[in-house]
Unconditional design. Sequence first.
Length: 282
Amino acid sequence: MRVVHDIEEMRAISQKARAEGKTVGLVPTMGALHSGHIELARRAREECGIVIMSIFVNPIQFGPNEDYEAYPRTLKADAELAEEAGVDYIFAPDAKQMYPKEPLTSVDVGKLTEHLCGASRPGHFRGVATVVAKLFNITRPHRAYFGMKDAQQLRVLIRMNEDLNFGITIVPVPTVREADGLAISSRNTYLSREDRLRAVVLSRSLKLAERLVASGELDAGKIKSAMRDLIMSEVPDALIDYVEIVDDDTVQPIDKVDGKALVALAVRIGGTRLIDNVTVKA
Ligand code: PAF
């Protein structure tokens, strides 16, 4: 496995692989790899001739008061894990290469970014879509792998790929969970031992939503309120950013579950903002 820092070198490697008829797979990450990322890489390894994993902590997707500086940067350990998972190339540019000038061009995926994390993190998805468009242009993948834990990000990138005719197959990969149900995330490392145990309340509240829908409760307001009650009764000092039920395609809030819906939440536990989601069907 090779670590490539240079954009032009990465572009040449991908072009050569394409010319040789290989399927190029891209796994975009910000590093601090965990089993969720490894699952993306394994899947790409199974399906592609060459696997590129990008590792870039993208400054333009962090808000002014977010954890850009504190975000874990662990390239050496990441490289070992990526190699074990079968990655051929890590693409790890620095911010100066990715943004040599103030970027004046950005990708805005409109309505899909209005709610959920888009509402609480203004500009976040513009930053994500813009950097992923750049990564697509540099690495020219046939297939790109994204985790379903970032449900809104996944929908935004699928739509960007369609709207801008990238022609890439976007592969959604199911969320990897700890044994108790907590969705694996790089930010879980910020949790204290006690908060780590309490964080299971996110997946428990989603399970509750699933049970309610399965038992015929389709009123989104009632489901959300039951989820909120569960969270606040188990973790009274939790700060709920949002508990929302949206249409699975349009990501617009709905009053009644009818067809496929996305139940999503963001909750701060001990100061750490965690997200999770599940899709339900009536
Ligand atoms: O999901 C992430 O790690 C990031 O948002 C991504 C897609 C790599 C863009 O920086």
